[in-house]
Ligand binder design. Structure first.
Ligand code: NAD
Length: 399
């Protein structure tokens, strides 16, 4: 059985799905490992290190695509590459199944199996496979470092012979995995931190990191969407959050905003007026940019200076792949998450001579987008059916 490791082809991607150190248990299970030359280069893993770990190196990407039985990836393959997959191939990686299911279309209709890292259930047994949390941890850290680098002020309070410098004030919106890491990082750098989240459970975690939790009365509505995620709020509740955010922005030097609802556009929480109320030189890092962003001025992937009426400006960053800015540790964490997931797929495979696609297993079934041409995940199926209906309606309207 062949496991393939490709050089990621997405623009700006530096991570790799598995590192040389990941290969030992796979080789021990009798897998033959094919690695595309240069796959780990940006993540500090040389071809030589892969070869020494027992892999076969090749420049022939197509041969890996068409021969691999198991293909762990960071980002899903392009449609033209999906068309080259071997029958019965199993692909594991970030697939954006709820954000861009149409991009999986080619592979879904083939006799392949697609496991999405985003869909792995957030249950205790699967915690070691939670790649979303791994990448969010890195994004939260890196966003604060970027803000500290650009802010024309220092983060810590300094008492010097030349006078006292007050600490920077950081406001974190969304205290999930990325937000909590942002709080911890900003606190380590000496900032005074405030945070807001719609989930009441986040309050205790925020306070335990030495930050102030900002509570707002959302009218007693349910804010928990299950699995630790937030629910989609009513417009009235969102508006109450926006008011709180505007008031807090006015005295903040930095805003790190991370609020997301899985499978939906990120909630718009920061109005233009709130940005303009910040003092000149302030920084906003919109970590929710890949889902559209939390600020109404965000342009995903673009850094902007928002001019203020009284002169100066606020810098608004909207990074699309912060994890790729830390390729060594992002790959290390991702590879460990993937390896833990692969252990399920490879269970008894040496004995049986086939992969273990046991869709009665809660974790495998939860992560499975499609198997042998059938859509397994109901949310993805609904999204694809909905898009097909829209397409038919559109064709009808234009006929
Ligand atoms: P996420 O990336 O979907 O969202 C980030 C944060 O934004 C969340 O805390 C959410 O409550 C918040 N948010 C959403 N809408 C908002 C709004 N309108 N205003 C303010 N905040 C808003 O979530 P995540 O960080 O991946 O996970 C959230 C939580 O899930 C974690 O804090 C944790 O408690 C839980 N979790 C559980 C497991 C597990 O059980 N294995 C694993 C990871 C995370």
């Amino acid at each position: 059985m062949i496991l393939g490791i490709l050089k990621e082809s997405a623009h700006g991607e530096t991570r790799v799905a598995l590192l040389p150190e990941s290969l030992k248990p796979l080789v021990a299970q009798g897998l033959s490992i094919a690695v595309e030359s240069g796959a780990g280069e940006a993540a500090g893993a040389t071809d030589r290190a892969y070869a020494e770990a027992g892999a076969n190196l090749t420049h022939d990407r197509r041969s890996i695509l068409s021969n691999a039985d198991l293909l762990p990836v960071v980002n899903m393959l392009r449609p033209d590459e999906q068309a080259r997959l071997k029958p019965n191939a199993v692909v594991v990686g970030f697939m954006k199944p709820l954000d861009a299911p149409a991009l999986l279309d080619e592979a879904i209709h083939r006799p392949t199996t697609l496991f999405s890292m985003e869909l792995i259930p957030r249950i205790t047994r699967a915690q070691a496979m939670d790649a979303l949390s791994s990448m969010a941890t890195i994004a939260g850290y890196k966003a604060v470092i970027a803000a500290a680098d650009l802010l024309p002020r220092l983060f810590p309070m300094l008492i010097t012979a030349a006078g006292t410098i007050p600490p920077a004030r950081v406001f974190v919106i969304g205290a999930g995995v990325a937000g909590l890491q942002a709080i911890a990082t900003a606190r380590r750098l000496g900032a005074v931190v405030e945070a807001y989240d719609v989930r009441a459970a986040a309050g205790e975690q925020v306070r335990s990191l030495g930050a102030k939790f900002l509570d707002v009365d959302l009218g007693g509505i349910n804010t928990e969407g299950g699995g630790g995620y937030a629910a989609q709020l009513t417009e009235e509740a969102l508006e109450r959050g926006r008011d709180l955010i505007a008031r807090t922005a006015a005295h903040s030097d930095v805003i790190i905003t991370t609020a997301q609802i899985p499978g939906r556009p990120a909630p718009l929480l920061i109005r233009r007026a709130a940005v303009e109320a910040m003092r000149s030189g302030s920084i906003i890092v919109d970590i929710a940019a890949p889902a559209g962003g939390n600020c109404e001025l965000t342009k995903p992937g673009i850094t902007q200076t928002i001019a203020k009426q009284k002169g100066g400006g606020v810098t608004l960053l909207a990074p699309l792949n912060l994890a790729a800015e830390v390729p060594v540790h992002a790959s290390q964490l991702y590879a460990r998450n993937v390896l833990n997931f692969l252990a399920l797929v490879l269970k008894d495979s040496a004995k049986n001579g086939s992969l273990n696609i046991d869709l009665t297993d809660e974790v495998l079934a939860g992560a499975c987008v499609a198997h042998q041409g059938q859509l397994i995940n109901q949310r993805v199926a609904k999204l694809i059916e909905g898009a097909a209906e829209l397409e038919i309606a559109h064709q009808g309207a234009t006929a």
